[in-house]
Design a protein. Structure first.
Length: 265
């Protein structure tokens, strides 16, 4: 199995979470913008081109089928469906179509939020105090409020399953990975407006379920591979390919959020 992706967090991270948690072997190929020049994307007819997928976009997932054959999947929702169903613990299945639709609802809502946030990163002033305030009030708050309500204790089916120790396969659903990823980006950019901890942030703002799903995916000691990857240099710092969404840009905005919160205390 191979995941081909851009050298940024982007749309690859929730897919990597599923792969890392599964315990299955996989490889990752990172393509820089220079690698994608010319006809490398989307031209299946050119034997000399590096065919990456039916729609010429990343991420792309490849599965070797033997005898030189391989399956190729693009579009992160489709890849997430394949990984969630194909790499899950055996015997763990969503019981009803309605239950699956509930999970799909969480994943789709989180993906739509991420798409809107990533779109904003291509605006030069998206990290200005005025823009961030507007984004927080019009995009982030409504998303967190809805997500927190939907993944409360009454939510069915579970976003994260339990399984006997030693069994290979992911116990995470795609819904868990997409929603936890969305919350992690929010906390990264607004460390004190929405940061973790009971003195301020998600819990204080009333989004306890959002903090819980982020912790279950990124910080649970049982998910050693995810914990190690998330705290290592293997995890990209830049959010998107935009020149305005680098790790330095995010850190600067986060530091300003910290300073503003400290100044009001």
């Amino acid at each position: 199995m191979k995941l081909i992706c851009d050298p940024v967090r982007g749309r690859s991270e929730p897919l990597l979470l599923l792969l890392l948690d599964s315990g299955y072997d996989f490889s990752q190929k990172i393509l820089t913008p220079e690698d994608k020049l010319g006809d490398k994307l989307g031209d299946e007819s050119d034997d000399n081109a590096e065919y990456l997928g039916p729609f010429g976009c990343l991420p792309v997932f490849e599965v070797e089928m033997g005898e030189g054959r391989k399956w190729v999947i693009s579009e992160w929702g489709a890849i997430a469906d394949y990984l969630g169903n194909g790499l899950g613990i055996r015997g763990i299945r969503v019981e009803t179509p309605f239950a699956q639709a509930r999970l799909d609802m969480i994943r789709e809502a989180s993906a739509r939020f991420l798409d809107r946030l990533f779109h904003l990163t291509y605006q030069e002033d998206w990290l200005s105090p005025e823009s961030l305030c507007k984004t927080r009030e019009e995009l982030v708050f409504p998303f967190l409020a809805s997500l927190d309500r939907q993944i409360g204790t009454s939510f069915y089916p579970p976003l994260v399953y339990t399984a006997p120790q030693g069994m290979r396969g992911t116990t995470l659903t795609a819904a868990a990975c997409f929603s936890a990823y969305a919350v992690s980006l929010i906390v990264e950019l607004w460390p004190h407006s929405f940061g973790s901890g009971r003195e301020g942030g998600l819990v204080r703002a009333g989004f306890t379920n959002c903090e819980r799903i982020r912790d279950l995916v990124y910080s649970d000691p049982a998910r050693k591979k995810i914990c190690q990857w998330a705290s290592s240099s293997a995890r990209p710092g830049d959010w998107t390919l935009s020149p305005y969404a680098t790790q330095a840009d995010i850190c600067h905005a986060a530091a300003r959020d910290t300073g503003e919160r400290q100044g009001t205390q």
